[in-house]
Ligand binder design. Structure first.
Ligand code: PMP
Length: 378
């Protein structure tokens, strides 16, 4: 039934044939794949939506939109088991704005923030926090090990306002297996792993992240914040960056990304129907295991970047042992219509990114290509 839902709605048959009959597999890290059912629902909502004709015309002050926001909030609360003293907000700006939002909203008069430097996005979070003028301490860094390992964090002073971590390091393929045990409230960027494993929310002052990888499309950042930790700072916070301001305005202070919120709601419903976070985690674990095992089977051909202790189940990062084989490998990927494997532009190598909707067929095909190539060059 792959593509059946889409076929029922797609007007342009040639497009359907291109993506499904040609069998393109996308493993790119930047934008996650939407399930066929969600694509079909979104397509329909653009062309046919109750009262307004199109979801693109849904006014952000309408009662229907406020109901949509509330519905999303309830679904997040249920899926992640979020306690009532946390607010859930759907704001613009991506996680890159979240770097600044977290520092501004959660600092206190002590003005001391702690960070773990575990990769490119953690570095960007640190860089943005420093621009506020607050004191930023990097307590641990994986830089000297090329971010192949997540550095341990021990004996963290209670004086920090929070400790910021990047739960899944998209560029380097590492992921915290357990979250740091600390008396200091945690802040985590969950962009590349939203809703893919159980998170002990009560350990965190703030969870934030863009929705484009696992919960829809770009242009939306979800914030889950412990309300009583807001408003203790000394720096002025511009309205558009002020989480309390959104809480005071039912989450809608200015025009939100209505369309991305709609897509997110369809994704949340889909995830629920599949079995929620536990199901997503099981699926990612299984798929990642198959791929890691295949790459490990040929150590003379592939080099896995992440240390075994902290391998990501979302981003699998590897290099070819022999650079001479690069063109052949990439040709083989292209011949099999496999797209999106190039590593981050700052780091190189290859990266296989996994999502809830990555199909068993795509995993099999990827494993087959890795094996065929390894046998060919061994
Ligand atoms: N944090 C992480 C872990 C990411 O993977 C990304 C995007 N790849 C970002 C932050 C930045 O997200 P955005 O581009 O939506 O601002």
């Amino acid at each position: 039934v792959h593509g059946l839902f889409l076929l029922a709605n797609v007007h342009d048959l040639s497009k359907f044939l291109y993506f499904y009959a040609v069998n393109i597999s996308i493993f790119g890290a930047s934008q996650g794949l939407l399930p066929d059912l969600v694509l079909a629902e979104v397509q329909e909502a653009i062309l046919d939506f109750p009262k307004y004709g199109s979801v693109l015309y849904l006014p952000h002050r309408s009662e229907e939109f406020l109901a949509l926001v509330l519905d999303c909030e309830n679904r997040w609360r249920k899926l992640m088991d979020i306690p009532a003293d946390y607010a859930i907000l759907f704001l613009q700006g991506g996680a890159s704005l979240g770097f600044l939002v977290s520092a501004l909203n959660l600092h206190t008069s002590s003005k001391r923030l702690a960070y773990a430097e575990t990769g490119l996005w953690a570095q960007k979070a640190i860089e943005e926090a420093r621009k506020t003028g607050l004191f930023v301490d990097v307590l641990a860094s994986g830089k000297s090990a090329h971010f192949a390992k997540i550095p341990a964090l021990e004996n963290i002073s209670k004086d920090f306002d929070f400790l910021h971590i990047t739960a899944n390091n998209t560029v380097y393929g590492t992921q915290y297996q357990d979250f740091p045990n600390t008396a200091v409230p945690l802040v985590a960027d969950l962009t590349s792993e939203w809703l893919t494993r159980k998170i002990p929310v009560e350990k965190f002052a703030l969870l934030y992240g863009g929705t484009q990888k696992h919960v829809g499309i770009a242009g939306l950042c979800v914030y889950i914040v412990k309300k009583d930790l807001l408003g203790r700072g000394v720096l002025p916070i511009p309205n558009v960056l002020n989480l309390q301001n959104y809480i005071n305005n039912q989450g809608v202070y200015h025009t939100p990304n209505v369309f991305a919120i709609y897509v997110m709601q369809r994704m949340l419903c889909y995830l629920e129907s599949q079995g929620g976070v536990a199901f997503a985690n099981e699926k990612l674990q299984q798929n990642a295991k198959q791929l890691y095992q295949m790459l490990e089977k040929f150590p003379s051909v592939y080099h896995l970047h992440a240390d075994e202790s902290c391998r990501s189940v979302v981003n699998i990062v590897f290099f070819l042992q022999n650079q001479k084989h690069q063109t052949d490998f990439e040709q083989m990927l292209a011949n099999n219509n496999i797209l999106g494997l190039q590593g981050h532009r700052s780091f190189g190598g290859y990266r296989i990114s996994l999502y809830l909707s990555t199909s068993p067929h795509q995993i099999l095909q990827m494993c087959q290509v890795l094996q065929d190539f390894a046998l060919k060059v061994s």
